[in-house]
Design a binder for this molecule. Structure first.
Ligand code: FRU
Length: 475
């Protein structure tokens, strides 16, 4: 394969080389964010699955480390999560350790069996040890994976969600010590069940009135909002044993490239999640080299009453991103006054726009090779549409090219906000105070050089920022 440095994202995480998929074990220990991820340390395919490892102090500038959990002879290391065991409930900490133990739960995946295993770190997440060879939770199943664990204060125990993919169910367990797990309840099938379920998460969020709700997120392998893989969530209650949904399933993202999100543990007062920025539809065909796979930016999660009066998840890019803001241009678009922004090498773009009611905003990202990606925000019809061509090396990759549409949130307080993040090979859109997110990869034949903006109806004001690269492409 030919190296493709130009497509190396500037503000998104990619491994130096080789394959990655799901983010794993996302945990903040002290001041350091530890990111693990499904990784093949030897090649660019989904094989030799291990937990790769990187760390950061701002969720933007990552330092890659040695593989934390290398795939084993008996089984691959599939997805999972990690927590700081502050009170040493696991007994894995020793007096004199500089930090309480950090404990990871992951899936050991054999040829026709999957079970949950434990690993731990005694040095604040830097180096890792496998626990005892036997699983901590084994039900003799062929498919049983992706444990996500959290501390549940009111019941004074650890709670873990694990998916039964074929059954489209999520099993909940409780534990005093992270070793011994007792079944609590089972959620599902519910919502979208056309494809198998993967990577569940369950977490609380407080709405604008100060009321706590619980969000259950689970990914679907087929039947996503644009076909293929996708992430759905339910808002409801969790009483320490049973999750009860109070809303129908909704999509966490309307693009094709948001999968396997899990929330960070160890971030009190703040709820963040990070996803794999790809789709199983074509992940193994992405033409980047020497790496294959990227993660989304971390997103701040919130919850508020949506247009239907029900609680909805809101998402916005992590606030740390603002620290990369560099140069600024003001934008004022009317039908008479379109604009063109040149794209600068080694700079991503962050547009913060406000649309008046009835506006039709059209964006076109173009290159010298004739590539064109377009975004239409049409407040008249209430739709957001992204058109992504499959060009060059992706021309024959099924499911890549296409039109991705989503219902726009309604105008509130006389305007609609739209945030657009353009990295070298991705577009992320957030609108309606974060009620709607849409993210897509993009691999044009030549690097885009211009962004054409026009309001064919209505009026758009805002600011376009360039963002300094934190992971400059190698030359
Ligand atoms: C989701 C997933 C998980 C599994 C991992 C394997 O993308 O299929 O269910 O644990 O990837 O790499």
């Amino acid at each position: 394969p030919i190296p493709t440095p130009a497509w190396r994202p500037l503000v998104h995480f990619t491994p130096r080389q080789h394959w990655i998929n799901d983010p794993n074990g996302l945990v903040k220990v002290g001041e350091v964010y530890h990111l693990f991820y499904q990784h093949n340390p030897q090649g660019s395919d989904h094989a030799n699955m291990s937990w790769g490892h990187a760390s950061s102090r701002d969720l933007l500038r990552w330092q890659e480390h040695d593989v934390a959990l290398p795939g084993r002879e008996a089984h691959a290391i599939f997805s999972g999560s990690a927590v700081v065991d502050t009170h040493n409930t696991s007994g894995l900490g020793r007096s004199g350790d500089a930090s309480p133990p950090v404990v990871a739960l992951y899936t050991g995946a054999g040829h026709s069996w999957q079970a949950q295993y434990l690993a731990y770190s005694r040095d604040a997440g830097e180096t890792w040890h496998f626990g005892p060879d036997q699983p901590v939770l084994d039900e003799g199943r062929a498919d049983f994976r992706d444990p996500k664990v959290f501390w549940h204060g009111p019941s004074g125990r650890w709670v873990k969600v694990v998916v039964y993919p074929d059954e489209r169910q999520i099993a909940l367990y409780g534990s005093p010590d992270l070793h011994v797990w007792t079944p609590l309840s089972v959620f599902g099938p519910a919502g979208e069940t056309g494809g198998i379920w993967e990577v569940p998460d369950l977490f609380p969020l407080t709405d604008e009135a100060g009321q706590e709700h619980w969000v259950m997120k689970v990914d679907v392998f087929a039947g996503g909002p644009q076909g293929g893989t996708g992430a759905q969530y339910f808002v409801g209650d969790f009483d320490g044993t049973v999750f009860t949904p109070h809303t129908p399933a909704r999509w966490a993202d309307y693009g094709k490239d948001f999968y396997a999100a899990i929330t960070w543990s160890g971030t009190p007062g703040r709820r963040l999640w990070t996803a794999w920025q790809s789709s199983w539809d074509y992940a193994t065909r992405l033409p980047t080299h020497p790496w294959r796979g990227a993660l989304t930016l971390a997103r701040e999660l919130g919850l508020r009453r949506g247009p239907d009066g029900e609680p909805w998840l809101t998402q916005k890019p992590l606030r740390e991103l603002d620290s990369l803001r560099d140069r600024q241009v003001s934008l004022h678009l009317t039908p008479e006054a379109p604009a063109v922004l040149p794209l600068m090498p080694e700079r991503a773009l962050d547009l913060c726009l406000t649309l008046t009611p009835g506006t039709h905003l059209s964006l076109r990202l173009t290159s010298e090779a004739g590539d064109e990606l377009s975004v239409e925000a049409d407040l008249g019809s209430g739709t957001l549409t992204l058109k992504r061509p499959a060009c060059g090396l992706l021309a024959d990759v099924a499911g890549f090219g296409g039109t991705h549409a989503a219902p726009l949130p309604p105008v509130e307080n006389g305007a609609l906000d739209l945030r657009i993040l353009l990295d070298t090979s991705s577009v992320e859109l957030f609108t309606g105070g974060g009620l709607l997110a849409l993210s897509d990869l993009y691999f044009p034949e030549a690097m885009p050089q211009r962004l054409h903006l026009s309001a064919t109806e209505g009026e758009v004001t805002g600011v376009g920022w360039t963002l300094r690269a934190v992971a400059p492409g190698e030359t």
